[in-house]
Design a protein around this ligand. Structure first.
Ligand code: SF4
Length: 471
């Protein structure tokens, strides 16, 4: 069946479930684990659930349908899922709640086996390549009163036209590509999300235009490897329609920059090896593209980077940073770092600290290396003991925190353009927003300012946020 027909069929299942649910006031909960791509997938699952007649509740006890969208990048996500399933067993017995689990973890055989063995009350299991079939799976589970396992192992397809229920009405994520061809040796993504494939330029541009029409101000372009957008298609001569001049990541940024109403463009995650000059120039020239760039480092040591299969050296990374800083005015950088990759010695870890000292990142997402079944890293014999990993992690954390403190001071007295997102979660009297460099700023102000970009003078700094006043 072609993809358009497949989506039409799923829409007919949406209507069938909606009909079954008529007048029943049914509710659903969703727990999303993992990255922004997973959050975007969850918005699609929520869109389908709501069209099928379910309304969202935060209270699990009220729910008739509990959905988990899982991630398998970190080991503790498994413990979290299994803990939650244990809690749901009672609700299953008391009121027959339907339990559906999807996402990356379901692409792993040992996880499915564990669910079948220890949590046989789970109704639906679906994978990353069958998310669009959630309506059909739910319908069959209810109608035929049987367990559904809908997981396939393919390179992956892109389906357009699924309903979506977004979490925010100010900021929206737009997936531009799926899958990954890089096979970093610690990462499970290529095995669970399949090969790299890009969405058509026309579909992306139209989605962003529609978001602008609905009043969204900030767009985040998502992909496992965003700056290789359309690369595989070109390399393999896979036909794609060039639309409004879009035939690469740089031209995509340029085209979205022209869309009226959109005021900020962000993207995650690029790969340093694919950071070509045209992308650097597009970031510099496009006034709406935020000047905070996320540039995953992972390790600052060339030998460890080679073992990680990252395809750049410490020097190449530092040269790239230098080039970007020279060409992009007001550039700030954030990064990801993994501590304790197999074989990493104390001296090699020092190289990571050295890069952090030199680059002075605005934000560092730090991770302790966690073994993932099925990856080359898991098979390496020289695993670093946990206590050493923790010592290194704490060292990195204190360096990063001292840099954040120092960096925050630079904001005091400056005027920052802040996109106002809403009331502060911790203090309803204050509003919260973010700078171009993604710093949280809280300030006193009128609620009319929500969803506007305003100038704030920064008056004080705190570890994780700044305080501002209207200027
Ligand atoms: S680039 Fe590397 S870390 Fe990122 S998704 Fe692909 S394999 Fe994983």
């Amino acid at each position: 069946m072609n993809k358009e027909k497949e989506i039409e069929e799923q829409k007919s299942y949406i209507n069938k479930v909606k009909e079954m649910n008529k007048g029943k006031d049914l509710k659903y909960t969703i727990l999303t684990m993992g990255c922004q791509l997973n959050e975007n997938d969850s918005e699609k699952i929520c869109g389908m659930a709501e069209e099928m007649g379910y309304t969202k509740t935060q209270n699990q006890k009220d729910a008739d349908l509990a959905i988990f969208n899982t991630c398998c990048v970190r080991e503790n996500a498994e413990d979290k899922l299994f803990g939650k399933l244990g809690e749901l067993k009672k609700l299953k017995e008391q009121k027959g709640i339907i339990i559906a689990i999807g996402g990356c973890m379901m692409q792993e055989k040992h996880i499915i086996d564990k669910i079948k063995e220890s949590y046989p009350f789970v109704d639906i299991v679906f994978g990353t390549h069958t998310l669009h079939k959630f309506p059909e799976d739910l319908y069959k589970s209810i109608q035929e009163k049987r367990k559904i396992e809908d997981v396939i192992d393919i390179d992956g397809e892109i389906y357009e036209g699924l309903p979506i229920k977004r979490d925010s009405n100010i900021k929206a994520s737009v997936t531009i590509m799926n899958g990954c061809n890089n096979f970093c040796s610690y990462c499970i993504v290529p095995y669970v999300r399949g090969r790299e494939r890009s969405r058509n330029p026309r579909d992306i541009i139209n989605e962003v235009r529609e978001l602008a029409k609905q009043g969204y101000k900030e767009i985040t372009l998502l992909g496992q490897n965003v700056n290789s957008y359309l690369r595989v298609e070109k390399e393999k001569n896979i036909e794609f329609e060039e639309y409004e001049g879009v035939n690469s990541f740089a031209t995509l940024l340029t085209a979205i920059n022209k869309i009226d109403g959109i005021e900020r463009i962000r993207f995650v995650s690029p790969h340093p090896k694919d950071f070509t000059d045209d992308v650097i120039d597009a970031i510099a020239k496009c006034e709406k593209v935020c000047k905070l760039v996320h540039l995953p480092l992972q390790s600052g040591n060339t030998k460890v980077l080679k073992e990680m299969n990252r395809k750049y050296t410490k020097e190449q990374y530092l040269n790239l940073v230098e080039k970007m800083k020279n060409r992009i005015p007001n550039l700030t950088l954030s990064t990801d770092i993994i501590v304790g990759f197999p074989g990493e010695t104390d001296e090699e870890f020092e190289d990571t600290l050295d890069v952090v000292r030199k680059v002075k990142f605005e934000q560092v997402y730090m991770f302790i290396y966690s073994r993932r079944v099925g990856t080359p890293g898991d098979k390496m014999e020289n695993q670093v003991p946990d206590d050493i990993k923790h010592v290194r992690f704490d060292k990195l954390k204190s360096l990063v925190e001292s840099q954040i403190e120092e960096n925050n001071k630079k904001y005091i007295g400056t005027i920052q353009k802040v996109l106002v997102e809403g009331e502060s979660k911790n203090n309803k009297e204050m509003l919260t927003g973010r700078t171009d460099s993604n710093k949280v700023v809280i300030f006193e102000g009128n609620k009319d300012l929500i969803n506007k970009i305003i100038n704030l003078e920064i008056v004080s700094e705190h570890m994780w946020y700044l305080k501002g006043k209207e200027f």
